[in-house]
Design a binder for this molecule. Structure first.
Ligand code: ZN
Length: 181
């Protein structure tokens, strides 16, 4: 399918207009915060539930709960096999959990930091784009703002990216323009 240049210019402008609407209605911020809250929750789950230290529960050997006097024989092609006592099996179980605590707490911390960034950067009161010096050619007001915008189209496995600096006037005026970087 041939790609028409003016259609693409139009698509990039449409993307910018949608982005401005999502920003100003607060929908961008709401969606981002929901995702980040879920990620923070997942992090806490990994750190506190999956990674919870549990040194007293009896260990399993091949699906069966071990008694103090049992030994567990583990066959492994990758090393780490052998015969292990009750306490050694507890150590094996517990030693893997530290990783989940680190992953979980780091994930939660990052999510909280990103929430702070999203709250300020995606504030609906924050205007879209940067102000332009020139006045609008249609309404002659100094209300133009511009922003580099990327429009992506997927065809099969290939992603086509079209980018340009989009200039928008107020929705009331409706002037739009796009130029190459
Ligand atoms: Zn205008």
């Amino acid at each position: 399918m041939a790609v028409d240049g003016s259609n693409m210019a139009h698509a990039v402008i449409e993307t910018a207009v949608k982005e401005r609407t999502r920003l100003q209605t607060g929908r961008s911020r709401a969606t981002t915060l929901v995702v980040l809250v879920l990620l923070a929750g997942l992090g806490l789950f990994l750190a506190l539930v999956v990674g919870k230290a549990d040194p007293t529960t009896p260990p399993d050997c091949d699906g069966k709960t071990m008694a103090r006097s049992d030994e567990c024989r583990i066959w492994s092609n990758h090393g780490g096999g052998g015969t292990f006592g009750y306490d050694e099996m507890i150590d094996r179980r517990e030693s893997g959990k530290g990783v989940w605590q680190v992953v979980g707490f780091v994930g939660t911390g990052l999510s909280v930091v990103l929430m702070g960034v999203a709250i300020t950067k995606l504030d609906p009161k924050r205007p879209w784009g940067k102000p332009v010096e020139a006045v609008c050619p249609r309404c002659h007001q100094p209300t133009l703002r511009e922003k580099l915008t990327v429009h992506t189209i997927s065809r099969g496995r290939t992603n086509y990216r079209y980018s340009g600096i989009v200039t928008l006037c107020t929705p009331v005026c409706g002037f739009t323009g796009v130029r190459q970087r």
